[in-house]
Design a protein around this ligand. Structure first.
Ligand code: ATR
Length: 471
């Protein structure tokens, strides 16, 4: 009888199929199954020669093909489909088996599923997988949650198929139950913020400095040789230099300017609100996409008056100033995202290693960037840092960039170019640096209208002022 499979994948859509091929290419015997058998057959016909695949027609045959303790990865749409597949396979598994959900599940669903399967003795691993279809095939960034015990046997296989940077795998144990999917969610939120900041940079260079898309692509290519070196900057240059075949116009000019979203950015912000973490950059990015989609509102508002004052100067070293603004805003966005991971970790007792998260995002995923090495170093220097902005290196860089950052926000505001990402990041930076915030006045207002009380800066205790009485 043929040797049993080391791991299995059920759900052979684009991601599942490529993940299964990635396991096979790394020499693992992999069982493959799909609800509709045609996809299993197609995989075998097209790629069966790539490795030791064990195709299974039924869940029973799939489970029987797996070596104990069984390790199987579910790659179906997040939501009810995941629950349906779990219900189908869990009764076929035995205590000690490992069930991995590699989809984009909400971390609260993962917590619920993990608790239910733990009752049945099954290890449930919610694993965030980033990198899209190419990443799944060639090496994604993997963020697995669940028990340490499960990671001991599953981890080495996942680390093997993950992307590598300087020989280090872009996969590490994140923490119990929903920790992996939580970190993946925040990763996606940061991705939203990063993309928005890049888009604002483009808008400023286009409408402010009046550069053509191809020229802006060159600016981005230059930036990509420096501290902004990243996948997102790289593909931005590609997109901007692309010409539409049908019209010969720059591609970016023929695309409808309404950004869509699948929801992980929204989840990040919703969760941040619940945790009380100010992820203003991610929120502005989600809202910027939302604004872009409100075509009716935009249509009626198109004639609203713009600025009539003196025009700003976008000549000379303006692109360099935008680079500074982009870099500083990006540091803020990542600082906010890591703050959210820190808060989630504290709320759920996950004990997440923040430096390790920066390490596994260096390759494989959409936000992969050289910059993440600096975040890793910052957390190496101080694993419990309250904010990345206080790291000596980041503080110095952002401090040096801030004058240009302010100039860019002023120029954009004067000209009427929306820069919610740049401006909110700058306000966040200034709020953190402020000795006193007007929150003191807000507390006074709350006490006045609702007797909500306030605390004093000069002595302990809770106070309420009898506003109706004369001074
Ligand atoms: P793609 O990645 O190709 O776009 P998808 O629509 O995201 O694919 O679907 C991913 C996988 O989820 C598919 O393999 C799908 O199975 P089918 O090929 O049979 O449609 C699987 N899937 C979705 N809902 C499912 C369910 N309730 N039970 C089992 N598998 C399901």
């Amino acid at each position: 009888m043929a040797q049993q499979a080391v791991i299995g994948v059920t759900g052979l859509g684009v991601m599942g199929r490529n993940l299964a091929r990635n396991f096979a290419r790394h020499g693992y015997a992999v069982a493959v199954h799909n609800r509709t058998e045609a996809k299993t057959k197609a995989l075998m016909e097209e790629f069966g020669h790539e490795g030791d695949f064990h195709p299974a027609e039924t869940p029973e045959a799939f489970v029987a093909a797996l070596a104990r303790p069984r390790k199987m990865v579910i790659m179906v749409q997040a939501g009810p489909a995941t629950d349906a597949v779990i219900e189908e396979f869990a009764p076929l598994l035995e205590p000690g088996d490992i069930l991995v959900d590699g989809g984009n599940a909400h971390y609260l669903d993962t917590r619920r599923r993990e608790a239910a399967l733990r009752e049945r003795g099954i290890h449930f691993v919610g694993a965030g997988i980033s990198g899209g279809e190419q990443g799944a095939l060639e090496g994604p960034s993997i963020m697995p949650g669940g028990t340490r015990e499960a990671y001991e046997s599953l981890g080495p296989i996942l680390e093997d198929i993950a992307a590598k940077v300087d020989g280090v795998p872009c996969c590490a144990y994140v923490g119990p139950d929903g920790a992996g999917h939580f970190v993946k969610m925040v990763h996606n939120g940061i991705e939203y913020a990063d993309m928005q900041l890049i888009a604002e940079s483009y808008d400023l260079l286009r409408k402010g400095a009046e550069l053509a898309p191809a020229e802006i692509a060159e600016v981005f290519r230059t930036w990509n040789t420096g501290r902004l070196d990243s996948y997102l900057i790289d593909i931005t240059a590609e997109v901007l230099s692309h010409t539409d075949q049908a019209t010969g116009a720059p591609f970016v000019d023929v695309v409808l300017d309404r950004a869509e979203q699948k929801g992980t950015g929204r989840w990040t912000v919703q969760t941040a609100l619940d945790l009380g973490v100010p992820v203003t950059g991610i929120a502005e990015a989600v809202f910027a996409r939302s604004i872009s989609g409100h075509a009716d509102t935009r249509a009626v508002a198109r004639e609203l008056p713009g600025p009539s004052g003196a025009a700003s100067s976008f000549a000379g070293d303006f692109p360099d100033k935008v680079e500074q603004a982009l870099y500083a805003s990006k540091v803020v966005a990542y600082a906010q995202g890591f703050h959210q991971i820190q808060a989630g970790s504290a709320e759920y007792g996950w004990d997440i290693d923040l430096g390790a998260m920066a390490t596994i995002w260096r390759g494989g995923c959409i936000i992969r960037a050289r910059f993440l090495d600096r975040i890793r170093s910052a957390y190496e220097a101080d694993p419990r840092a309250a904010t990345l902005l206080s790291d000596a290196n980041f503080a110095a860089e952002v401090g040096a960039a801030q004058d240009s950052w302010r100039d860019v926000v002023v120029a954009a505001t004067r000209t009427g170019i929306p820069v919610p990402g740049f401006a909110s990041a700058l306000s966040y930076y200034d709020a953190l640096r402020s000795e006193r915030l007007p929150a003191a006045l807000v507390q006074g207002q709350r006490d006045f209208f609702g007797a909500h009380t306030y605390r004093r800066a000069d002595r302990d205790g809770t106070y309420h002022t009898h506003w109706e009485l004369p001074d």
